[in-house]
Design a protein around this ligand. Structure first.
Ligand SMILES: [Zn+2]
Length: 399
């Protein structure tokens, strides 16, 4: 059993963080120029590095060579606060979700009086800080306002607005954000190389998409895919596209090709057959429509940028780009964007719909009839709103 990727690759210095330069750069500058505050508030979505950064900041502050923007990695404090370390006596991590009351705050106040056991500062990291009660915050207020010189606070929270205003105003507030897909993709590509793991084309963009911008979630998914992968002829772990797409619940690109080709060719039989396969394979129709929208967006990008598409659609294999270029040409830009509008509307309607399958089939009918109308081959002479709605279910019954 190996250690989870997320733990093994947990950053130990600000320079190793990805996608948070808006936070790491000013923090490193403050550390370098000795303008460190006494209380920090790290806010942002879950799994994007707040607690990790709090530990790194503690490591920077308490490094024997510090305070420094780059911890030495060798002193006792650095080792203890590093990846394999067991934690330092002078860095206290408190999970505010379970220690949120007045008594906990008083307890913390008492501990703050004592000088650090060995290092420069006594550092309190309060995770889930929004869970601290009003009374708890009030009990902390004086300490955060005028802390002893040896005390530092780092509050980490997903909901900064729930942190008592008078506390918040005493902190330096650093907002973390989700990691953009391009940076994340580059990161997981490098990581797979380092790990000696081979990955089939198209897998990593799916992993990045499923991870939703959180390094923790992204690495957990990658971990799971690697664990479930066989070795190839060269005895390298090979993450297979079929398995990845099935495990992550996305639509196989071949199925998307089928639907899009059928739409482009106004092939009702082909489109409904493909949709039937979505339903028969047990896939969530809403997820499929979401994937279809993503594909249409990609096609719009391809239509608009031509040969430059690969710079925008990072991680898409060349043969798929060629296929998409053909599809974009077959559709034409105007029809692509009209179809995307229909898909967006269907996606909205599918929320909580009693029969998502029916909604999906109606969508197919609408896409086909709207294309027909625009090309003047529709049986409906006057495309009024009512006529469209009347025509759609009829078409849906004739796959
Ligand atoms: Zn050190």
């Amino acid at each position: 059993m190996t250690t989870a990727l997320y733990r093994r690759y947990r950053p130990q210095a600000f320079g190793e963080m990805i996608g948070q330069s808006q936070v790491t750069e000013p923090l490193m500058t403050a550390l370098r120029s000795d303008r460190v505050g006494h209380a920090y508030l790290f806010s942002g979505p879950r799994g994007c590095g707040k607690t990790t950064s709090a530990r790194i900041l503690a490591r920077c502050l308490n490094c024997a060579q510090g305070p420094t923007d780059t911890p030495c990695g060798e002193c006792d404090s650095c080792v203890e606060l590093g990846r394999g370390g067991g934690g330092s006596l002078d860095v206290v991590e408190i999970d505010a979700a379970s220690h949120n009351g007045v008594d906990d705050a008083r307890d913390l106040r008492e501990r703050a009086i004592f000088a650090p056991a060995r290092d420069r500062f006594k550092i309190f990291i309060l995770d889930e800080a929004h869970m601290v009660t009003q009374q708890g915050f009030n009990a902390l207020l004086k300490l955060v306002e005028e802390p002893p010189a040896h005390v530092k606070f780092i509050f980490a929270t997903t909901e900064p607005e729930k942190v008592l205003g008078t506390i918040r105003s005493r902190t330096h507030h650093y907002p973390f954000r989700l990691v953009p897909p391009a940076a994340m993709l580059e990161y997981v590509q490098e990581l797979c190389e380092t790990e000696g793991v081979a990955v089939e084309a198209g897998v990593l963009p799916l992993v990045v998409r499923a991870g939703g911008g959180s390094p923790r979630d992204t690495l957990s998914l990658l971990d799971q895919l690697i664990a479930g992968s066989d070795r190839d002829a060269d005895d390298r772990v090979l993450v297979n596209y079929e398995r990845a797409v099935a495990l992550l619940g996305y639509t196989h690109s071949e199925l998307l090709d089928e639907v899009v080709d059928a739409f482009a060719a106004l092939d009702g039989g082909g489109a409904f057959a493909a949709v039937d396969r979505v339903v028969q394979t047990g896939q969530d129709p809403r997820r499929f429509v979401d994937d279809l929208l993503e594909r249409l967006r990609d096609l719009i990008v391809v239509a608009a940028t031509g040969a430059g598409a690969s710079a925008v659609l990072r991680g898409v294999p060349d043969d798929e780009l060629e296929r998409m270029a053909r599809q974009a040409t077959a559709f034409g830009v105007a029809r692509l964007s009209r179809t995307a509008d229909l898909v967006v509307a269907a996606l909205d309607e599918m929320t909580g719909a009693t029969s998502p399958r029916l909604q999906l089939e109606l969508l197919v009918a609408r896409v086909l009839t709207h294309a027909g109308v625009s090309q003047g081959v529709s049986p409906a002479a006057a495309p009024t709103h009512a006529a469209e709605h009347a025509a759609a279910p009829a078409a849906a019954r004739t796959p």
